[in-house]
Design a protein around this ligand. Structure first.
Ligand SMILES: O=P(O)(O)OC[C@H]1O[C@H](OP(=O)(O)OP(=O)(O)O)[C@H](O)[C@@H]1O
Ligand SMILES: NC(=O)CC[C@H](N)C(=O)O
Ligand SMILES: [Mg+2]
Length: 512
């Protein structure tokens, strides 16, 4: 789940793109990139690292122009090399740059087609570079007998929908023309549009999450519909069209569980409100199945589980305490690459306050248990801090199936709940009791805010993949390619691979 932004403004957009990326940092900690456009020229800087490490003053100075796109990356395909940081660039037709959130499930096949049929070269193992080349080919095809206008661009997006499978929220800039944004026909990954009135006219912004619009002072217009494309030309004229034959909104439910910031609203559902509901329904389950519990105190595992834990405690009339203090300078553990790093970071990130545990029966609440890295370590820390009994509640159901739509959990044997029942999982994490949310209750909680959503992608919980094309063979292949240990390490000098000239990349690091 990367974070993407596109802006067509009336003033330079470099600072707004940077500020927006900071707000979306929780969606990707591996790499960051910005492309701006001024007249016919693109200016780009991207690299591995957090937003504030990737961009120095000299890069920002060179990112000129009133329109641009930006990306923070959490890799789900290819490698974590700087050459696969986004946006990607292709020079023909017209010059296009693209940022992608999601994951294509047919990128191998498309890559072969690109090479043999469309005579295009893909230089990395990133599915997003494939997606860009499919878009470029479709634009070239659509523009052959006509000029490039919104109709032609929308025709090209319809071609992308016909060829690409999987999840894609996309922002792209066509040099000298404008900003294109679109969402796959299931709307698996989020994308929202907003506008801001300035003295010089209206500015438009597209982003993965509404929180980026809020912070930059844009008013939310609406979510991009599944299959829909938005085009905003460089004068600020706004065009939109449904480009898919059978769009069917099926957003990823894990956005509400963990990925998104609580202050975002996705497909008209408040993420925060959903997390409160998750706490309430979990409390109901405890009340029904464990009426005579002996819980003394409810303790969240910061950050994401906080609203659920708080509401659970309220509903059960129990004391809520912050028993773990989070080091605010350590990022999210789950989206770090490699198990060794994730394990180390849990201990660096969370430290218990002894008095909240000593002699007490504590209920630890987390939003989800995926690999079990956090839960196993945290239960142990609670015991070491003197807890009498340690119970554990997960605000999401057991994660038993790989995600193929933009969350890097490709391998069943890395998922703690695969092939284990609740009691076996309880023993693995060393807890005295374990309570999981039911999937129906989770879905019900999200739908309370928007009953019009008829379907969610819940594949990591139920193995039902909304795109309907995920075969056992595909799962086995990504498992082999992407399990921990199989991923190719980051090359030492990866940024020397082919790419658009990067602004400031050859200047000595002056620390600005
Ligand atoms: O079972 P696991 O594989 O450990 O994954 C689940 C944990 O990872 C996430 O926390 P993370 O530290 O990434 O982010 P947070 O601070 O937003 O909770 C999530 O909130 C769980 O705590
Ligand atoms: N998490 C994502 O959205 C990843 C986007 C793309 N598949 C990549 O690996 O770069
Ligand atoms: Mg967490």
């Amino acid at each position: 789940m990367c974070g993407i932004i596109g802006i067509v403004g009336k003033n330079p957009v470099n600072q707004m793109l940077y500020d927006g990326l900071l707000v979306l940092q929780h969606r990707g900690q591996d790499a960051a990139g910005i492309v701006t456009t001024d007249g016919p020229t693109f200016f780009m800087h991207k690299n591995n690292g957090l937003v504030q490490d990737v961009f120095q003053t000299r890069h920002m100075r060179n990112l000129i122009g009133n329109a641009g796109i930006a990306h923070v990356r959490y890799p789900t395909a290819g490698s974590s090399s700087a050459a696969e940081a986004q946006p990607f660039y292709v020079n023909s037709p017209f010059g296009i740059v693209l940022g992608h959130n999601g994951n294509l499930t047919n990128s191998d096949q498309l890559k072969r087609e690109m090479f043999r049929q469309d005579l295009r070269h893909i230089n990395t193992s990133s599915d997003s570079e494939v997606l860009l080349n499919v878009l470029a080919h479709e634009i070239e095809d659509a523009a052959k007998n006509s000029s490039l206008d919104p109709d032609t661009i929308f025709k090209a997006v319809a071609g992308v929908h016909r060829r690409c499978r999987g999840a894609y929220g996309v922002v792209a800039m066509i040099a000298n023309y404008g900003l294109l944004a679109f969402r796959d026909p299931y709307g698996i990954r989020p994308l929202i549009i907003g506008k801001a009135q300035t003295e010089k006219g209206v500015e438009y912004m597209v982003a993965s999450e509404s929180v980026a619009l809020d912070v930059l002072g844009f008013q939310v217009m609406r979510d991009v519909a599944p299959g829909e494309a938005i085009f905003i030309d460089l004068e600020g004229n706004f065009y939109s069209r449904q480009c898919a034959d059978n769009p069917f909104l099926s957003p990823c439910i894990f956005e509400y569980v963990y990925l998104a910031r609580p202050d975002s609203v996705i497909d008209q559902v408040s993420v925060y409100q959903t997390r409160l509901h998750m706490g309430e329904s979990l409390a109901e389950k405890i009340h029904k199945q464990w009426a005579h519990h002996d819980i003394d105190v409810v303790i969240p595992i910061p950050d994401t589980s906080r609203p659920s834990a708080l509401q659970l405690a309220n509903a059960l009339n129990l004391t809520y305490r912050e028993g773990f203090i989070k080091n605010r300078y350590i990022g999210r553990t789950f989206i770090m690459p490699g198990q060794a790093l994730r394990q180390k970071s849990v201990r660096q990130k969370l430290n218990p306050i002894g008095m909240e545990f000593k002699g007490k029966n504590v209920l630890l609440v987390d939003d989800s248990i995926v690999r079990g890295t956090t839960s196993e370590r945290i239960v142990q820390m609670a015991r070491e801090a003197g807890a009498n009994k340690v119970f554990f509640a997960s605000a999401a159901p057991p994660v038993r199936f790989p995600n193929v739509y933009g969350i890097d959990m490709p391998s069943r044997d890395e998922l703690l709940a695969t092939g284990r029942d609740d009691d076996q999982i309880r023993r693995e994490i060393g807890a005295d009791a374990l309570i999981y949310q039911d999937l129906d209750a989770l879905i019900h909680g999200v739908k309370l805010s928007n009953p019009d959503i008829q379907r969610f992608d819940c594949s990591c919980f139920d193995g039902d993949y909304v795109t309907g094309d995920v075969t056992e063979g595909y799962l086995a292949a990504i498992e082999a390619a992407r399990r921990d240990g199989a991923k190719s390490p980051r090359p030492a000098n990866s940024s020397t691979q082919l790419d658009l000239n990067l602004v400031g990349s050859t200047a000595p690091d002056d620390g600005q």
